[in-house]
Design a protein around this ligand. Structure first.
Ligand SMILES: Nc1ncnc2c1ncn2[C@@H]1O[C@H](COP(=O)(O)OP(=O)(O)OP(=O)(O)O)[C@@H](O)[C@H]1O
Ligand SMILES: [Mg+2]
Length: 265
């Protein structure tokens, strides 16, 4: 539950990048701006224009220089993941939401904007991918994903890159000891479920399999850079097991390459 905060509004838990800085004020959310905020704003305005309801609306900038977004009713899947976020229905709904986002963003022209960290060239086809479909960046209502939030890492990439980013987190693709007990041993079958629900073609399945390990590295490069720049929350996360978990997960993904491909075929 959000906690009351004397700075106005309520502190929203969930994120690490802006930990302690994201607040709910009425039906809006206030977040710090970044150098890439104009790009994200153009993206959110495009999503609004094409009628995509699975993202916050950009509503302006407040007197403190924070971006104002619409608050999405529901709950993000904040760690430790609640049972409703681990069901097959939840997984399928994330895949369907991601697909709808890709359909909506396909007509967006990303040129002329400064974007965040770039997606590896091999997986960059121009479509602006979310790139951070982490559990706490998806809002659920009644057990189904209704919106993607936190487009800070969005940049020209591809749909298959986003799927690779999503499945490593949502299946998830990692060692059993780093997996919620309810999902242990289910990673590969949930990967398949996600791919089917998204509607990946045969060729796209191969590309997703190619991308998974790179998506892992890319995600951790972002965290590592933040740690190197002295980000306190990421620094703590890295020290308190984040680093060894990342290394274990990389080994798991690399050693399960054939199994991942097999699950997707
Ligand atoms: N528009 C929104 N509607 C509803 N809830 C939101 C919205 N924006 C943020 N939240 C809530 O606030 C939390 C933190 O927000 P946000 O993801 O923007 O923070 P962050 O620190 O930038 O995250 P990250 O560490 O993923 O970069 C989310 O997990 C969610 O619970
Ligand atoms: Mg977030």
């Amino acid at each position: 539950m959000p906690t009351a905060d004397e700075g106005g509004g309520q502190l929203l838990p969930g994120g690490l990048t802006n930990a302690g800085l994201v607040r709910r004020v009425g039906d809006t959310v206030r977040r710090p701006q970044r150098p890439t905020s104009p790009a994200t704003r153009a993206l959110l305005e495009h999503l609004e224009r094409v009628g995509f309801d699975g993202a916050p609306r950009f509503l302006g900038v407040d007197d403190h220089g924070r971006e104002i977004l619409s608050f999405i009713a529901g709950e993000a899947a904040i760690a430790p993941a609640p049972a409703w976020a681990l069901t097959e229905e939840a997984l399928i709904s994330v895949a369907e939401l991601l697909h709808r986002y890709h359909e909506a963003v396909a007509s967006f022209d990303a040129r002329g904007h400064d974007w965040s960290s770039s997606v590896p060239a091999a997986f960059c086809e121009g479509l602006v991918s979310h790139n951070d479909p982490n559990l706490d960046n998806v809002v659920f209502s009644h057990g189904r994903a209704v919106a993607l939030i936190d487009f800070d890492l969005a940049s020209p990439g591809s749909a298959i890159w986003d799927v690779a980013c999503a499945v490593r987190l949502w299946a998830p693709l990692r060692e059993p000891r780093d997996t919620p007990p309810a999902l242990r041993g289910l990673g590969l079958s949930r990967l398949r479920t996600f791919a089917d629900a998204y509607g990946l073609s045969e060729a796209e399945r191969e590309r997703v399999a190619d991308a998974v390990v790179h998506a892992h590295d890319w995600g951790y490069d972002v965290i590592h850079e933040a740690v190197a720049n002295g980000h306190p929350t990421f620094g703590r996360h890295w020290q308190e097991g984040g680093r060894s978990r990342a290394e274990r997960t990389r080994r798991w993904i690399a050693s399960h390459d054939e199994a991942i491909r097999g699950a997707l075929r």
